[in-house]
Design a binder for this molecule. Structure first.
Ligand code: ADP
Length: 423
């Protein structure tokens, strides 16, 4: 029976949380979307349901989150975690407040802490204000985000505008005093009728103390950072055994490949770096603006090249090329064309015996995983921060997948991924 049930408001955020739980000793499976009510829960200590609810209409985000909660309860989970972005991505309409309100009501718990702090990734909360590095959230660039512009760094106010409840603060001085002080302050805030407390944290030690203080809370909300202390709570009560290797994955023997659809700077650099060591095909969607033909080009190219040494197929373009294709087709159609081509190519790769596949790009990963019919990912060891190897279930063949958000990973990410598997 799983112990911890998590609901994440986007796909790569779900993987980030799952990797954090594995690193701290819980065997974790990420499921994609809300499973069918009768779907059997995976064998795991923690389950993360990955939704796409961050910017969905409020009613849809709430509905899917409640359905995920119901399923996780059925899977035996005894504590729940609502994961959102460490930059608190949301608007005054939601979706953090409305989803949290619905979960608090469904669990009848009256209170939940809210802590997006992730010091290892430069996100800290001080006196209720969220900092990205040394900049306040509203001066960090996030104030210009196209979908969720964050123009106020005071999270007590931000969450206050999104909830029908009220929001208090567990300030730095209290957090510094440790788990007992944090627990007492949260209890007092709940007794005063607060539904939430923003909790300050500027170090992992703070996050561990917060996790300990919330051991008995049915619901926590936050970034993946604040999950760091939860596995220890389950070990303390004897519910979670010490695991020698919580990120152990079944093996999948076969060919190796990389598919890149991200045009982010880190990915472009990773493709350039791979050229010295691997065979690389760079598709030109501007010259061939047709998904089927692009896929055919890649399929013809891959013949005879597949083996244990990875091949790299990239549709990624420079900003100028991307802008030109977008001008030709419109932004959404340009993205969809490349995603369709890469999904076709992924299918062809797996049909030809690829069993170890790295995919670069968040949307690209979504398109590939959907096409391959993957329903869940067992989370393995991290390659670079936030990107673990995973074992895909549902695709028919044994398959190891590493799904990389565009800007993640070191320059040698692609080769390092396969080296880690012992090739
Ligand atoms: P990231 O994680 O870097 O944001 P995504 O995969 O989420 O990467 O998004 C990249 C988007 O750009 C996808 O929709 C992809 O199909 C699209 N794309 C990839 N290559 C090109 C290109 N050459 N021209 C236009 N769009 C492209």
């Amino acid at each position: 029976m799983a112990l911890l049930g998590c609901i994440a408001d986007d796909f790569t955020g779900a993987t980030d949380l799952a990797a954090m739980l594995v690193k701290n000793g819980m065997r974790t499976v990420q499921v994609i979307g809300v499973p069918a009510p009768d779907a059997l829960p995976p064998e795991a200590d923690a389950i993360v349901v990955a939704l796409k609810s961050r910017t969905a209409p409020v009613a849809q985000a709430v509905g899917e989150s409640l359905a995920a909660l119901e399923w996780l309860r059925g899977a035996g989970c005894r504590q729940f975690f609502f994961k959102y972005c460490s930059t608190f991505d949301s608007t005054d309409l939601g979706n953090i407040g409305p989803v949290a309100d619905a979960l608090v009501a469904a669990l009848d718990c009256g209170f939940a802490l809210a802590c997006p702090a992730f010091p290892a990734n430069n996100r800290s909360v001080f006196q209720g204000h969220l900092f990205v590095g040394s900049a306040l959230l509203n001066e960090s660039g996030m104030e210009k985000h196209p979908l969720t512009p964050m123009t106020d760094a005071n999270l007590v106010r931000v969450l206050g505008r999104q909830t029908t409840g009220t929001v208090g603060l567990v300030p730095f001085a209290t957090v510094e005093r440790g788990a007992n002080a944090i627990r007492d302050t949260m209890t007092a805030l709940k007794e005063q009728g607060r539904r939430y407390a923003i909790v300050d944290a500027v170090s992992d030690a703070h996050l561990h103390a917060i996790g300990q203080a919330a051991a008995q809370h049915p619901l926590l909300t936050g970034g993946s950072g604040v999950a760091i202390g939860l596995p220890q709570n389950f070990r303390n009560t004897g519910l979670l055994a010490e695991q020698s290797d919580p990120g152990a994955l079944p093996d999948a023997q076969g060919h190796a490949a990389v598919l890149a659809g991200s045009c982010s700077r880190a990915t472009l650099f990773q493709i350039a770096t791979a050229k010295a060591h691997a065979q690389v095909l760079e598709l030109d969607a501007l010259a061939t603006p047709d998904a089927v033909t692009l896929a055919q080009q890649a399929i013809a190219w891959m013949d005879g090249k597949l083996g244990s040494a990875p091949i790299v197929i990239a549709a990624s373009g420079t900003p100028e090329k991307v802008a030109a294709l977008q001008q030709l087709l419109g932004r959404d159609a340009a993205g969809a064309l490349v995603e369709q081509a890469l999904a076709d190519i992924a299918e062809a790769l797996v049909a030809r015996g690829v069993r170890r596949l790295v995919v670069a790009g968040g949307e690209t990963s979504g398109a590939v995983v959907t096409r391959l019919g993957v329903r869940s990912l067992r989370i393995g060891r991290e390659i670079d921060p936030g990107v673990p190897w995973t074992y895909a279930e549902g695709s028919g063949a044994p398959l190891l997948l590493a799904l990389k958000s565009g800007n993640f990973g070191a320059p040698d990410f692609f080769l390092k991924s396969f080296a880690m598997l012992g090739q």
